[in-house]
Design a protein around this ligand. Sequence first.
Ligand SMILES: Nc1ncnc2c1ncn2[C@@H]1O[C@H](COP(=O)(O)OP(=O)(O)O)[C@@H](O)[C@H]1O
Ligand SMILES: [Mg+2]
Length: 287
Amino acid sequence: MMNQEKEAKAIAQQLGNIPLNDEKIQVEIQRLNRKNFVPLEQVKALHDWLESKRQARQCCRVIGESRTGKTMACNAYRLRHKPIQQLGQPPIVPVVYIQIPQECSPKELFSVVIEHLKYQVTKGTTAEIRNRTLRVLKGCGVEMLIIDEADRLKPKTFADVRDIFDNLEISVVLVGTDRLDKVMTNDEQVCNRFSASYRYGKISGEEFKRTVNIWENQVLKLPVLSNLTQPKMLEILRNKTQGYIGLMDMILRDAAIRALKKGMPKIDLDTLKEVTNEYTAPPKTQK
Ligand SMILES: Nc1ncnc2c1ncn2[C@@H]1O[C@H](COP(=O)(O)OP(=O)(O)O)[C@@H](O)[C@H]1O
Ligand SMILES: [Mg+2]
């Protein structure tokens, strides 16, 4: 501990006194401004579950509040199933991941799928575009279609989602908040097919501590350890983020940048307090 403090002071002085190091700080700040994917335990667990659904060609839901990491986890799953390019043939794309617009109509859903598979969206009736989408999905050997922000599907679009499964027997995954469950209950057919559900949650207890530690070592990577898991700092982080990983990531990267700008090689308690005070805690869970 003592040594670390000394080292910190020494480096702080260096950073403050040598203007050349400004460039180094800029590089670090740019690095900290970029998002960094961390293969957390909950990510791996979700991937295992999705993998079993893909193999069984079953439909399912992934439900969780905003800012818990659903989008990053699902997108990473897609990246683990790399498309296979074939000469003169359509690529094989085992997993398709799409984000859809607000109030998503059937036509809009089809367009997003077709564009994701790098085909041109042609004009035509909804029926024509629907058929084309089914052909493209089949031609590309799609085994799983992940629809993120599925709460945005219009009620009538759910029927088309169901038809994609019924026609092609591919696994369709709806990702969304608890609102998705509410929207879906209007359609019994949809509920039946998508009854399997996986909850993606906030982090708490020991897992929160472990995650902060991972962030310190794998994301922030400051010249000197800040010991963010010491009780005082950890308590501040727990209270402010309430276990939302999105908030934790934002606050910690913000605090790291703030510290560097002050010429410090690590986040100290004052800087952490200063930064967290600027954030409002997330609203209480709305269901
Ligand atoms: N596995 C991860 N690695 C790194 N950062 C993550 C991870 N999961 C979530 N985050 C952080 O949390 C933020 C919110 O994640 P996101 O996937 O958009 O949540 P959701 O889709 O549940 O609203 C991300 O922008 C990122 O800052
Ligand atoms: Mg999301």
